[in-house]
Design a protein around this ligand. Structure first.
Ligand code: FAD
Length: 330
């Protein structure tokens, strides 16, 4: 591993000052759950140079969970375990807690963070191989696409030079909850809807999220009075400690027995969480008691689907039916 200097940041503002001072040689580090792996494995390229300086956010006092203007504000440095144990998070965002319970291992959940989870890099075998170049490392083309193995392709076909699925389980949940990411950059505080965070991920050779290298994610804000029912389901090949082959997050607002709002978001299916607006449209305005979730699941799959992914499409349909039924019942 290339040696680096570790500098403790005292705050988000101090982290930004340090980023400006050290320029492209510097990177932010949360718990290092993903970043240290990449550095140790030598995953680098023209656009992913090994950093000479790591700026430690663990000392930056960014882990608070607090109410702000009727929204629950989750500090970017809150650990997954602390979020899952927090009473307000459990009450306001039960599916976030559900999703955290399916992530990695207790040891990793104890140290890794909300911000780091959302900005972790793809688990694509080729991207992670130190000797293989690819678009996401500043090279050309996508060896995963060239290999032609459907298991290495996303279920939802996206045009672009990369086809790695996004690994975060929290991303689809936060899109379903209509959450907003709070980012502090040189030009001040910015808020990005989670739905827009990974726009253009397949064409971005440096990262998946639309966040400048000199900005710091400070928090995620969740409006807590919108969705009365929530559910998350994840399908993995291994029983534990595995990334999603498919996941579904559903949030519904039901009043007087009628579904007023609904967000159905697919994870593990593409380079970013994908909303199934087709299914949402069918559900919104219907009486909750009359919804046949299996029918919705059949109408749910958006866009162009890999022709050889029938098995995984069936898994997604099953997850959609199950999460929708659970969210409505809740
Ligand atoms: C074996 C294993 C299994 C896993 N399984 C799952 C799983 O099933 N589902 C899942 O969702 N995740 C999974 N993960 C991911 C894990 O839960 C962590 O989310 C991930 O490792 C990132 O951890 P971290 O918080 O230490 O971030 P780091 O590794 O420190 O940082 C990750 C990236 O985010 C950037 N970053 C971090 N914080 C900020 C910030 N505040 N502002 C700007 N940039 C920032 C860093 O610069 C870096 O580029 C797994 C990880 C491992 C190693």
């Amino acid at each position: 591993m290339t040696p680096f200097r570790l500098i403790d940041a005292r705050s988000a503002a101090h982290a930004m000052t340090l980023l400006a001072e050290h320029g492209p040689a510097a990177r932010l580090i949360a718990a290092g759950g993903d970043l240290l792996d990449l550095l140790k494995e030598g995953v680098a390229g023209a656009l992913q140079p090994a950093p000479a300086v790591l700026i430690n956010l663990g000392t930056a006092d960014m882990a608070d969970v607090a109410w702000s203007d009727a929204k629950l504000r989750l500090g970017a440095m809150a650990t997954l375990a602390d979020l899952a144990a927090h009473g307000d998070v459990r009450a306001a965002a039960p599916m976030l807690v559900e999703a955290i319970g399916r992530i990695a291992s207790p040891q990793l959940r104890n140290v890794t963070t909300l911000g780091g989870n959302l900005l972790q890099r793809p688990r694509c075998l080729f991207f992670r191989h130190p000797l293989i170049d690819c678009f996401k490392k500043g090279g050309r083309g996508c060896p995963a696409a060239a290999a032609g193995d459907p298991r290495l392709q996303p279920v939802l076909v996206t045009a672009g030079p990369c086809c790695a699925v996004h690994p975060s389980d929290l991303a689809p949940v936060l899109v379903a909850l209509d959450a907003v990411m709070e980012i502090t950059g040189p030009s001040g505080l910015r808020a990005i809807p989670m739905d827009e965070l990974y726009a253009g991920a397949e064409r971005n050779p440096r990262a998946e999220a639309v966040i400048a290298a000199d900005a710091v994610v400070t928090a995620i804000q969740i409006a807590t009075d919108v969705f009365s029912g929530q559910a998350f389901e994840k399908f993995t090949v291994r029983g534990a400690n595995d990334f999603a082959s498919a996941s579904v997050a559903v949030a519904v607002a039901v009043t007087d027995g009628v579904v007023r709002d609904c967000r159905i978001v697919l994870g593990g299916a593409a380079l970013r969480p994908v909303r199934s607006r087709e299914a949402e449209t069918v559900v919104i305005g219907r009486k909750a008691a009359q919804i046949v979730t299996a029918d919705i699941a059949n109408a749910a799959l958006p866009g162009a689907w890999a022709s050889d992914a029938a098995g995984r499409i069936e898994v997604l349909r099953t997850l959609i039916a199950r999460t929708l039924a659970r969210a409505i019942a809740a």
